[in-house]
Design a protein around this ligand. Structure first.
Ligand code: HXC
Length: 318
């Protein structure tokens, strides 16, 4: 399936940015990660996409390779991120066939909506295992290669080095654990762990020149995440958008652009951080606190807060 370039890249990046570099991405055939990989490959890189479903993974790799003549994209299917040996074998194969691994994305995730009352211990464990253990297994499998890449591409802070960057890792996370989210006890716990794994990589592998950061997508249109987490009828979509400061869902391109930034020279000194790409959504997730205070109508009305202790101040000059 051919995807128009504006779906995965803004026209601000330099062609050839990732020439001769290799990206390893778990969940790489998914709706968000495939765009992250597409952007990387369009800008000159090669990639391995890892997944459980062999047909989906191999077809996904073929589709991504079509973005640039000569691109090498290998789909490695039948890999469950819960199995460290499978991941190590996949990383070894990727490095052998493409000459190394310079960048990695831990993107494989499991998600469904369920209240704790309907969430068995095994269901909780499944998501913990896919997200948290799977991200750890991914890091363990790729880090020896990323250390080698960081040696070849020193993170010196000098601009315009001919060889570009390498030795960088991104974990894909969520915002649910920032403020709390019903029906997501399993995912909130798992993504909190994912965040901490990224921070540990940043701390322990930074001294080798590696950067590790988190990209946290908000509601992104046309993704499996939105299919699993949000109702798609017009009224629900409208209500969902109303709660987002930017008033819209994000585009997959906006996640791919954030990825390109962190992997490029522009992101060289960003380490141990979280880039939340959600239009500000998580900050307003607790916004509506009473009737008549609907977000953003109340803000837009210019009205003052009344009816509570500490509300409108009489005589204020503002
Ligand atoms: C309650 C459920 C359930 C549900 C599964 N289970 N679905 N419990 N409600 N809707 C329970 C099962 O009954 C079982 O528990 C346990 O979970 C494991 O289920 P299996 O099907 O055996 O597991 P497995 O085949 O490993 O599948 C894992 C999975 C599945 C997470 C359950 O959904 C999956 O493979 N998902 C991968 C794709 C995915 O989810 N992508 C999401 C990407 S979107 P019992 O007790 O019965 O044994 C994303 C959103 C990010 O991540 C959002 C950012 C804004």
């Amino acid at each position: 399936m051919s995807v128009p370039r504006e779906k995965y890249l803004s026209p601000v990046w330099k062609d050839g940015l990732f020439q001769n570099k290799v990206l390893f991405c778990t969940g790489g055939a998914g709706t968000i990660c495939s765009m992250q990989v597409r952007a990387f490959v369009a800008l000159g890189g090669n990639a391995c996409v890892i997944g459980r479903n062999p047909q989906k993974t191999e077809q996904g790799a073929k589709d991504i390779a079509a973005v640039r003549p000569g691109a090498k994209v290998i789909g490695i299917g039948n890999v469950d991120v819960r199995d460290p040996k499978m991941l190590k074998d996949a990383a070894d194969r990727c490095a052998k066939e493409l000459g190394g691994i310079d960048f990695a994305i831990a993107g494989a995730a499991g998600n469904f909506l369920a209240p704790m009352a309907q969430l068995s211990p095994n269901a909780f464990k499944s998501v913990m295992d896919i997200d948290a253990l799977g991200s750890y297994n991914t890091a363990k499998a790729v880090l020896p290669y990323l250390v080698e890449s960081a040696k070849r591409n020193p993170n010196s802070g000098k601009s315009g080095s001919a060889q570009g960057t390498g030795g960088r890792m991104i974990f894909v996370s969520a915002t649910f654990h920032y403020r709390g989210q019903p029906l997501q006890a399993h995912v909130a716990a798992a993504k909190a762990a994912v965040d901490q794994i990224s921070h540990s990589v940043a701390i322990e592998y930074g001294p080798y020149g590696i950067t590790s950061n988190i990209i946290t997508p908000g509601p992104i249109a046309g993704t499996e995440g939105m299919e699993r987490l949000a109702k798609s009828d017009e009224a629900s979509v409208k209500a969902s958008k109303k709660n987002i400061p930017l008033g819209r869902w994000g585009e997959t391109r906006e996640i791919a652009d954030a990825t390109t930034y962190l992997f490029s020279e522009a992101g060289s000194y960003v380490n141990g951080n979280t880039l939340v790409v959600d239009g500000g959504a998580w900050r307003t997730s607790g916004a509506s606190q009473g009737e008549g205070w609907d977000y953003p109508d109340f803000i837009l009305s210019g009205a003052a807060v009344e009816g509570v202790k500490g509300g409108k101040r009489n005589g204020s000059k503002l």
